[in-house]
Ligand binder design. Structure first.
Ligand SMILES: [Zn+2]
Length: 350
């Protein structure tokens, strides 16, 4: 391992030439990526695993774990203040109108069901138990699940966000990473991670720790950006899902499946979803505008287009199950799968 030391504002890095899933040397996919979201110093290179049966993307070099916190200094869990200028308010109103119209048009459809099920990460109301969310951000998911009868706890590495959840909701949140916190084993019925695994240095160690703290038969539910998504195909290096340098590994459905199996999980459901992808298209257009000097056109039109793109993506998932923006996994710790009636799952063709 070679280390590069830089000045105080720059993240120190380590090389990471091999795929974390299958150990093959990666090939360069993108170079010169920058942190368009939070302005962290540095340029980043993303590699892709050459094995089509894996296809993992990862940063090489990647920030040292000890320095990565610097890349979150202005990140969203800190609740950046929202400017109240008229243009921003107008764009927010356009987005809300699109959202409401979509909900109306999707009533009774599989896409509408996806959106509703994602609010509870497909766990639903079927039986409360102990739930731990890793990377609990704003705490809204935990609060929602508590209202459905679950006994909830959170893990959050951002101490500011963790303190806010404690104050606002009175929910217990451990500060740090899951492996650091050493929870008791066989202790939780559900372990939830929404958009977290792409941020960690060692996804295999994280999933092994998830398995250890779950009770036998307990379930892991997680979502993460999909390297094979329509949005990545269309926007390439401007794709919002790349998010350097905070996204260290970007999975394909196959790479996630291999990783989960290796960590001792049995896969119950592995699908890609489109319900939450409108914002991704809007952000990817803006990134393309910033990076390439291209004009995306009027912001209102771009917002409307993002909702149409979400629907187009969903339509594509009906023929290509890998097209959706987010990979969604449900896996269990036990060797035998529970009966199908025990699951609340998304059936793309329903
Ligand atoms: Zn690989």
């Amino acid at each position: 391992m070679t280390m590069t030391r830089n000045d105080a504002d720059t993240l120190r890095t380590e090389t990471s030439p091999e795929c974390a899933v299958c150990a093959r040397p990666g090939r360069v996919l993108y170079e010169g990526l920058t942190d368009y979201l939070a302005g962290t110093a540095g340029q980043w290179r993303m590699l892709r695993c050459p094995d089509a049966a894996c296809g993992l993307l990862w940063l090489d070099p990647k920030p040292l774990a000890a320095d990565l916190i610097k890349a979150y200094a202005t990140y969203h869990t800190h609740g950046a203040s929202r400017a109240r200028d008229p243009a921003r308010l107008w764009h927010s109103a356009v987005n809300s109108a699109c959202k409401q119209l979509s909900r109306l048009l999707e009533l009774g459809s599989a896409l509408g069901r996806q959106r509703r099920e994602l609010r509870t990460m497909f766990i639903g109301e079927g039986g409360a138990g102990k739930l731990l969310e890793v990377g609990c951000g704003s705490g809204r998911f935990l609060n929602r699940m508590r209202e459905l009868g679950w006994a909830v706890e959170g893990v959050e590495f951002d101490s500011v966000a963790a303190a806010r959840i404690g104050k606002r909701f009175g929910i217990q949140v451990g500060v740090g990473s899951l492996p650091e916190l050493r929870y008791a084993q066989d202790n939780y019925d559900v372990l939830a991670m929404s958009q977290v695994i792409e941020h960690v240095h060692d996804p295999v160690a994280l999933l092994k720790e998830c398995r250890r703290v779950l009770r036998p038969g307990g379930r892991l539910v997680l979502s993460t950006p999909n390297a094979l998504s329509v949005a990545h195909r269309l926007y390439g290096r401007s794709w919002r899902g790349l998010e350097p340098p905070r996204h260290l590994h970007i999975f394909t459905p196959a790479a996630l499946e291999i990783t989960a199996r290796r960590c001792g999980f049995q896969i119950l459901k592995l699908v890609t979803l489109s319900a939450e992808s409108a914002g991704i298209y809007r952000a990817s257009e803006l990134i393309g505008e910033t990076q390439g000097g291209r004009r995306a056109g009027a912001a209102s039109a771009s917002i409307v287009r993002s909702w149409l793109m979400r629907y187009r993506e969903y339509r594509e998932t009906l023929s290509d199950p890998h097209a959706g923006h987010d990979i969604f996994l449900i896996a269990t710790k036990q060797a035998a799968a529970p009966p199908p009636s025990d699951l609340t799952v998304f059936a793309p063709r329903a």
